[in-house]
Design a binder for this molecule. Structure first.
Ligand SMILES: Nc1nc2c(ncn2[C@@H]2O[C@H](COP(=O)(O)OP(=O)(O)O)[C@@H](O)[C@H]2O)c(=O)[nH]1
Ligand SMILES: [Mg+2]
Length: 459
């Protein structure tokens, strides 16, 4: 599967004006091509030999016309001690698209070819420098939009996730080997004691279960969380949106029905990318525009992962019928305008709702207790999982993890039926295969292509 006969090159930095641009090249010709277009002096353009991991200041020139292209720093990495595991060269030039492109063209004219998306990382994977979970983490890290996303990607990049998967895989391989040996040598080795098999399978189902549970939070961290703010007119929905955004995005007035359309904004909630939708207040009305607004509110609820139901603590009325509209959506109940009963020395009414995840009392006007609201949302995202920095599975990995779990469930079932031990081998093997596919030990060409298709060129 190795595809390292040719030498690839690409601009690794973004387009546009910048202080520096980096052009990289990897493959068997990387050092040769670099030494043909690089020299220590701008006058006397003698190619030089390159020492691994020693950055050199010098000049790029066109070996045919002898034209000077740029003053650069060149860093050679001799394989296998490089990102790709092959000979790799990085040239830092001045950050002009024209210069970077000219250097790229020179490399191509000397025998390199333009790299495909993610091909440097793909080579790192094919050469065994990283496993597939680490390659996926590279992409997550490049695409991270919040600090938390970056931290999780970095943790997976360090190989943490791959190690956990591999620990389970190794346990199962050891078990399968032992069962197979027992089948092959019934007299010398024989069956494994049933409780031993049961123990190994149960422990590893639990480990996989813990990993798949991280997928939910991971999904919100990668793709974002959608939250709809709903409630009767004038309870302070738009005020809460503004408070969360820290600027006056929505119009706030004391006229009921001010917000007529749903408004969507993105916030970074302690590292979780959250889209907040402010909606038109829910009430019976003959106003055509307001009716459409309320219809949109229903759509916003449908699309949301979590709903904030706002309640006015000042005009508190019993028997709000939100639960029918919510249709089993998880929701937080928010008592708003806590400043008013406090100022007027009135009792804070209790809010009686049966299925809410949590109740928080805030003031959208003053920002009081907003921290508790954010903490409550965060707690729901992580489902009280204390270890927020545990790398979380992406959808490809989750699917395979569940596949492995199901196969292990079958092993457990077969075991209960007291069948001969060789009946366990097939399911055990498919659990091992699914786990091997997560780390990329065994993986099809299509899966690899799909993983790297989302990368940018140059990574
Ligand atoms: N005292 C007080 N007034 C608030 C609070 N939140 C909103 N209001 C006021 O309630 C009125 C309606 O607010 P708005 O955000 O437009 O409510 P919406 O119709 O639910 O979007 C405005 O006059 C706000 O200033 C709060 O926490 N305390
Ligand atoms: Mg409003």
């Amino acid at each position: 599967m190795k595809n390292t006969e040719d030498t690839i090159c690409a601009i690794a930095t973004g387009k546009g004006m910048a202080a520096l641009a980096i052009v990289r090249m990897s493959g068997p010709l990387a050092f040769k091509i670099a030494s043909q277009i690089f020299s220590l002096f701008d006058q006397d353009k003698k190619p030089i030999s390159l020492d691994s991991h020693v950055a050199k200041h010098g000049y790029i020139f066109d070996p045919i016309s002898s034209n000077l292209i740029d003053e650069v720093v060149l860093t050679p990495y001799k394989g296998p001690n490089s990102y790709t595991g092959e000979d790799l060269v990085e040239i830092s030039s001045h950050g002009s698209d024209i210069i970077a492109n000219t250097i790229l063209m020179l490399m191509i004219s000397q025998g390199a070819r333009l790299a495909k998306k993610g091909e440097f990382t793909q080579r790192a994977f094919l050469n065994g420098k990283i496993d597939l979970t680490q390659a996926e983490a590279v992409l997550d890290l490049i695409q991270a939009k919040t600090v938390h996303q970056g931290r999780l990607a970095l943790s997976a990049l360090s190989g943490h996730l791959g190690k956990q998967i591999n620990a389970v895989r190794k346990d199962l391989i050891a078990l399968l080997t032992r069962i197979t040996a027992g089948i092959d040598f019934p007299d010398e080795i024989g069956d494994i004691p049933e409780p031993d098999i049961e123990g190994v399978v149960r422990q590893n189902i639990a480990k996989l279960d813990e990993l798949t549970r991280t997928a939910r939070a991971g999904n919100f961290l990668r793709s974002g969380l959608k939250i709809a703010i709903i409630g009767k007119p004038n309870v302070g929905k738009s005020s809460l949106l503004n408070q969360l955004l820290k600027y006056e995005r929505a119009i706030v007035t004391d006229v009921p029905g001010t917000t007529r359309d749903s408004l969507e904004e993105l916030i970074d909630l302690n590292g979780i990318p959250v889209t907040i939708v402010d909606t038109a207040g829910i009430r019976h009305t003959d106003d055509q525009v307001e009716k459409i607004g309320i219809e949109r509110t229903n759509q916003a609820i449908d699309a949301a992962n979590l709903v904030l139901v706002i309640h006015d603590l000042e005009t508190h009325t019993e028997g709000e019928e939100f639960e029918t509209i919510l249709q089993n959506k998880p929701y937080l109940l928010i008592g708003n305008k806590i400043d008013l009963p406090k100022a007027n020395k009135k009792n804070i009414p209790d809010l009686v709702f049966t299925n809410c995840i949590d109740k928080v009392f805030i003031s959208a006007k003053t920002g009081e207790n907003l921290d508790s609201l954010l903490a409550s949302i965060e707690k729901w995202v992580f489902q009280n999982n204390a270890n927020k920095d545990m790398p979380s599975l992406n959808s490809r990995q989750t699917e395979l993890c569940i596949k492995a779990q199901k196969a292990l469930d079958l092993v457990q079932e077969t075991q209960k039926g007291n069948y001969p031990q060789d009946c366990l081998a097939t399911d055990l093997k498919s659990a091992i295969d699914a786990l091997s596919e997560i780390s990329g030990e065994i993986v099809s060409e299509e899966v690899i292509t799909e993983v790297f298709a989302n990368f940018c060129i140059g990574k």
